[in-house]
Design a protein around this ligand. Structure first.
Ligand SMILES: Nc1nc2c(c(=O)[nH]1)N[C@H]1C(S)=C(S)[C@@H](COP(=O)(O)OP(=O)(O)OC[C@H]3O[C@@H](n4cnc5c(=O)[nH]c(N)nc54)[C@H](O)[C@@H]3O)O[C@H]1N2
Ligand SMILES: Nc1nc2c(c(=O)[nH]1)N[C@H]1C(S)=C(S)[C@@H](COP(=O)(O)OP(=O)(O)OC[C@H]3O[C@@H](n4cnc5c(=O)[nH]c(N)nc54)[C@H](O)[C@@H]3O)O[C@H]1N2
Ligand SMILES: [Mo]
Length: 795
C-alpha cells in the first residue's frame, strides 16, 4: 500500500495489520517493525498495538521434540513435560513424526482418542486463524474429539436459548444502541462495570474503537451509571459512575433482593409479567419464600434442585444485604430508583464466569421484566457493554468469509470446552452437559494450535497433573509460551506479521500484509497442516491445490461475489482496507433489544416453548439437575466472601482481563513487562488489606489457598474493595518445584469446577485466597526465556 502520513523514511514500508484489539498501520524496515500506528479509521487505537513490535522475540525457531519423548517414544516420562530439554529437528523429520503418531493413535484407538478442540484466540486473520486451519485438517483426517462453548461466555451461551429462544451471540448483535441509550436511559445499572480496557477487544477483529466516546456522550446527556462490582475503576472516572461494591459472586442475591422489594412495595409491572413472561407466579413464590410446593408444586417430575435452592426464606433486601455486603437501605432505594427511572440493566461476562454462572443472566432478565421495561427504548435488559468492543455502537460484524471448514463427523464426541482436565482425569466416565449424558473419551493425543490452556484453564497445577496422561502432545506455537514448553512436539508457527491475510474488523476488511520473512525456520499453520495432510494422503483435499496467498485471494473473491461494490483484490491490497458497505446496516444504529416482541408478543413470539420470556423452563426442569433449577435462583457457590471457605480464605480473587495484553499474548513483550511490579504480575489491594498484612507498595507477595500459590508484586490502591484483591490473567505460568507460580498466574489459585451441569462453563471468578508478604530473596521468573534447547547441529 502507499505510504500514508507518518511514514518516516523512504526505506520504511507501511502495511496494514488486523488484530483482535483493532487495526493498525505497521511501519517496518528490513523486516523489523519500527512503529505501530492506529489505523486512520480508528479514533482511539488501543495501546496494545505496540506489542506487535516484539513479534520476533522469544520465538520457537524450528521444530523441537522433548528429549525423553524423542528417545523413548510416546508416553515416555510424561512427568518431565515442562522440565525436559527440547531437541531441535528438521521439518521433514518433524512432519514424519507427527504424521506417524496421528496415524498410530487413530489406527490403535480411533479418532475419538485425539483431542483437537484447540480453544484459543490465535490470529485474527480470516484465513490464518489457527483453529479453523486445525478443524479443517482434523475433519479431513476423520475427526477428533472437539469442544463446544467458550471460556468467555459458556454459561450465558447455555442459558440464553431457554430464556429467550435465541443464541447469546445472536442477542449480542441486537443490543440496544448507544444513540438510544443517550436519548432515553436515565439509569444504567452495570453488573461487573464497564471496563474501558476490555472494550479494546472483539474476537475475530475489532473495528474502530468507539466505546469510550459513547460512554462520555451518554454521561454528558445525563445517563447515570451504576457500577456494581469489586473495583471502582471498572468505569473510567469520566463516566462519573456511582460505585456499589458487592461481594463478587453474589449479584443474583442482590437482584433477588431488588425484585422482592419491587413486589412487596407494589412496583412490579404485573401487566408485563402476565402478558410477556412464562412462569412468573412460580418465581414470585420462590422469591417471597412461600415454600417449594407454592413454587414448584405442580411439577410432576423429580426435583433434585430442591435441595440446593432455599424456598422458605423470603429474598428480602435484608436477606440480600447479608449475602452481598450491601446495606439493606441501599438495596431498597436502588430498587425504588430503578422503578422510577428508565433503567437499563447490563451484565458483563465476568458475572457468569463463576459457579452457577447461568443464574446472573437469568435473574437479571427477571429483574428487567419485573421493572417492565424490556423492549422500551433505553430500558430493559442488556449485556456485554464493556465486555466486548463497540457493543451498542450500531456497528456489527459483516459476514466476511474465512477458510471453509467441513462439517463435523458424527462419531467423535464434543466436550464442554472447560472440562478438559476432567476429560483427561476420567476417561470413559459419564458426565452431564446441557441435557445430554455423554462419556469422556480416552485421550491419547492432544493437538493444539492458537491457544494456551496453561493460560486459560483453571487450577493449572491440577491441569499439569492431568496433562501427563496423554501419550503425545503436539503444539503449534510461534513463542515459547507456557503450553509450548509443556508439549512433546513443538511445531514452530509464524505470527500474522510473517504472512498475508484478510482481517475482518467488524464492517471493514483489512489487507493484512507480511512485514518480515518467517522468523527462524517457522512456518505458517497452513503450510504445516498442508504438509501433514500430504503425508496422510489428503493433501489435495486440504489445499485444493492452492498456496496460502491464493487462498487469501479466493476468500476475498467469495466476499466480493456477495458484495459487488467491493473493490478488486488488487485495489483492496493497494488501499490496505475496504469497507463492507450495506452490511453495516445489520446493526441498526437505533435498535432496541426485544422491542418487536414487546410491541406484539402474539404476532412476534420468541422461539421458546411458550413463545414468551421464560422465567420457568419446563425443559430445564426435565433435566432434573440439582445445580440448575428451572427458574432463576440464588444458590450458594462452592466458596464466597461471607460464605463457604471465607473463615480460612478472607479475600476474593478478581482474575479479570489484563489491560496491557490480550490474555497471555505478548506477556513477554515490553508493554506488558512495563506493568510488572518486582518483576511479577501486579496484584492490587486496598490500603487496609495491605496494612493488616504488613504489605507495602512494591513488595513481593504470595497469594495462596488449598489449590495453589503464586507470587505477585503488590500495588496498594483504594479502587479495590477491602475484601478483594485483583490479579489479572495472563502472566506466563512459571511453577517452581512446589507448584508456586513465580510470575503471578491467577489460575494456580482458581478452581476447576463446572458452572453447573447445564453449561459446564468455567468458574474462574469464584475464588477465595489469602495474601502474605514474601520475605527473603524471591526466586527469579524463568518463563520469559526459552527452555533448555539442544540445537539441531548437535543432535
Ligand atoms: N482466571 C481466569 N482465567 C481465564 C479468564 C478469566 O476471566 N479468569 N478468562 C478466560 C477467557 S474469557 C478466555 S477467552 C481465555 C483465553 O485463552 P486463550 O485464547 O488460550 O489465550 P491467548 O493467550 O490469547 O492464547 C493464544 C495463543 O495463540 C498463540 N498464537 C497467536 N497467533 C498464532 C498463530 O498465528 N498461530 C499459532 N499456531 N498460534 C498463535 C499465542 O502465542 C498464544 O499462545 O482465558 C480464560 N481464562
Ligand atoms: N485488554 C483486554 N481486553 C479484553 C481481553 C484481554 O485479554 N485484554 N479479553 C477479552 C475477552 S476474551 C473477554 S471474554 C472479555 C471479558 O469481559 P468480562 O468478562 O466482562 O471481563 P472481566 O475482566 O473478567 O471482568 C470485568 C469486571 O467484572 C468485575 N467482576 C468480577 N467478578 C464479579 C462479580 O462476581 N460480580 C460483579 N458485579 N463484578 C465482578 C471485575 O471487577 C472485573 O474487572 O474481555 C475482552 N477484553
Ligand atoms: Mo474470552
Amino acid at each position: 500500500m502507499s505510504a500514508p502520513d507518518g511514514a518516516t523514511a523512504p526505506d520504511v514500508r507501511t502495511t496494514a495489520m488486523g488484530t483482535h484489539f483493532g487495526s493498525f498501520l505497521v511501519d517496518s524496515r528490513d523486516g523489523e517493525v519500527v512503529a505501530v500506528r492506529g489505523h486512520p479509521t480508528d479514533p482511539e487505537p488501543s495501546h496494545l498495538g505496540e506489542s506487535l513490535r516484539h513479534f520476533a522475540e522469544n520465538r520457537v525457531m524450528r521444530p523441537a521434540v522433548r528429549q525423553s519423548w524423542l528417545a523413548d517414544g510416546p508416553g515416555a516420562a510424561t512427568h518431565l513435560r515442562g522440565d525436559d530439554p527440547f531437541v531441535e529437528i528438521d521439518w521433514d523429520t518433524a512432519l514424519d513424526l507427527v504424521a506417524a503418531e496421528l496415524t498410530r493413535v487413530r489406527d490403535d484407538h480411533g479418532n475419538s482418542s485425539i483431542f483437537g478442540g484447540s480453544y484459543g484466540w490465535g490470529s485474527a486473520g480470516r484465513f490464518g486463524l489457527a483453529s479453523s486451519q486445525q478443524h479443517r485438517f482434523m475433519r479431513f483426517f476423520g475427526g477428533c474429539t472437539d469442544q463446544k462453548g467458550t471460556y468467555s461466555s459458556a454459561a450465558a451461551e447455555a442459558i440464553f436459548p431457554y430464556m429467550v429462544g435465541t443464541s447469546y451471540h445472536g442477542g449480542l448483535a441486537r443490543q440496544t444502541s448507544w444513540s438510544v441509550i443517550c436519548e432515553h436511559t436515565e439509569l444504567f445499572v452495570c453488573f461487573g462495570g464497564m471496563r474501558a480496557s476490555n472494550s479494546h477487544v472483539t474476537y475475530g477483529g475489532q473495528g474502530p474503537h468507539h466505546h469510550n466516546d459513547w460512554v462520555a456522550r451518554a454521561s454528558k446527556t445525563g445517563v447515570q451509571f451504576v457500577n456494581v462490582g469489586p473495583l471502582r475503576d471498572d468505569f473510567d472516572k469520566s463516566a462519573d459512575a456511582r460505585w456499589l461494591p458487592i461481594r463478587p459472586g453474589t449479584d443474583v442475591a442482590l437482584m433477588a433482593g431488588i425484585i422482592h422489594t419491587l413486589v412487596t412495595d407494589g412496583l412490579a409491572d404485573e401487566d408485563f409479567l402476565a402478558s410477556r413472561c412464562h412462569g412468573w407466579d412460580r418465581l414470585r413464590a420462590h422469591l417471597l419464600g412461600e415454600g417449594f410446593a407454592a413454587a414448584c408444586g405442580d411439577w410432576r417430575g423429580p426435583a433434585p434442585w430442591a435441595s440446593a435452592v432455599d424456598y422458605d426464606t423470603p429474598k428480602s433486601a435484608q436477606w440480600a444485604a447479608e449475602v452481598t455486603g450491601i446495606e439493606a437501605d441501599d438495596i431498597v432505594s436502588l430498587a425504588h430508583e430503578m422503578a422510577a427511572k428508565r433503567t437499563l440493566v447490563n451484565l458483563s461476562l465476568s458475572t457468569q464466569r463463576a459457579h452457577h454462572g447461568e443464574q446472573p443472566y437469568w435473574m437479571a432478565l427477571a429483574l428487567a421484566c419485573v421493572l417492565g421495561q424490556v423492549g422500551l427504548p433505553g430500558g430493559g435488559y442488556a449485556f456485554s457493554f464493556g465486555t466486548q468492543g463497540n457493543t451498542g455502537a450500531g456497528q456489527t460484524r459483516a459476514r466476511i468469509p474465512g477458510l471453509p471448514v467441513p462439517m463435523r463427523q458424527p462419531g467423535p464426541p464434543t466436550i464442554a470446552v472447560s472440562r478438559i482436565t476432567e476429560m483427561l482425569e476420567r476417561p470413559l466416565e459419564p458426565y452431564d452437559f446441557d441435557g445430554r449424558r455423554g462419556r469422556f473419551p480416552d485421550i491419547r493425543l492432544v493437538y493444539w494450535s492458537g491457544g494456551n490452556p496453561f493460560h486459560h484453564h483453571q487450577d493449572l497445577n491440577r491441569l499439569m497433573r492431568a496433562w501427563r496422561r496423554p501419550e503425545t502432545i503436539v503444539v503449534q506455537e510461534p513463542f515459547w509460551s507456557p503450553v509450548a514448553r509443556r508439549a512433546d512436539i513443538v511445531l514452530s508457527a509464524t505470527t500474522p506479521l510473517e504472512r498475508n491475510d484478510i482481517g475482518g474488523a467488524e464492517t471493514m476488511l483489512i489487507a493484512m500484509a507480511a512485514v518480515a520473512e518467517p522468523v527462524g525456520e517457522s512456518r505458517d499453520d497452513y503450510w504445516i497442516f498442508a504438509h501433514l495432510a500430504e503425508r496422510l494422503g489428503f493433501g489435495e483435499q486440504f489445499t485444493e491445490g492452492r498456496t496460502a496467498d491464493e487462498w487469501v485471494e479466493v476468500i476475498y473473491e467469495i466476499h466480493r461475489a456477495a458484495d459487488p461494490q467491493a473493490p478488486t483484490y488488487e485495489e483492496f491490497r493497494a488501499e490496505g482496507y475496504a469497507m463492507a458497505p450495506g452490511k453495516a446496516l445489520m446493526g441498526e444504529p437505533t435498535q432496541v433489544y426485544l422491542d418487536a416482541f414487546r410491541a406484539d408478543p402474539e404476532g412476534k413470539p420468541l422461539r421458546t416453548p411458550s413463545g414468551r420470556i421464560e422465567l420457568w423452563s419446563e425443559t430445564i426442569a426435565g433435566y432434573g439437575y440439582d445445580d440448575c433449577p428451572p427458574h432463576p435462583a440464588w444458590m450458594e457457590p462452592f466458596e464466597r466472601l461471607g460464605g463457604a471457605g471465607s473463615d480460612r480464605w478472607p479475600l476474593h480473587l478478581v482474575s479479570n482481563q489484563p489491560r496491557a495484553r490480550l490474555h497471555s499474548q505478548y506477556d513477554h513483550a515490553a508493554p506488558s513487562q512495563a506493568t510488572k511490579v518486582a518483576g511479577r504480575e501486579p496484584v492490587r489491594m486496598h490500603p487496609a488489606t495491605a496494612a493488616a498484612r504488613g504489605i507495602a507498595d512494591g513488595d513481593v507477595v504470595r497469594l495462596y489457598n488449598d489449590r495453589g500459590a503464586c507470587l505477585a508484586g503488590a500495588v496498594v490502591d483504594d479502587s479495590v474493595m477491602p475484601e478483594a484483591v485483583q490479579l489479572s490473567t495472563g502472566a506466563w505460568y512459571d511453577p517452581a518445584a512446589d507448584g508456586t507460580c513465580r510470575a503471578g498466574n491467577p489460575n494456580t489459585l482458581t478452581a476447576d469446577v463446572g458452572t453447573s451441569r447445564l453449561a459446564q462453563g468455567p468458574s474462574a471468578h469464584t475464588c477465595l485466597v489469602e495474601v502474605e508478604r514474601y520475605d527473603g530473596e524471591p526466586p527469579p521468573v524463568e518463563s520469559y526465556s526459552p527452555p533448555e534447547i539442544i540445537p539441531l547441529t548437535q543432535s
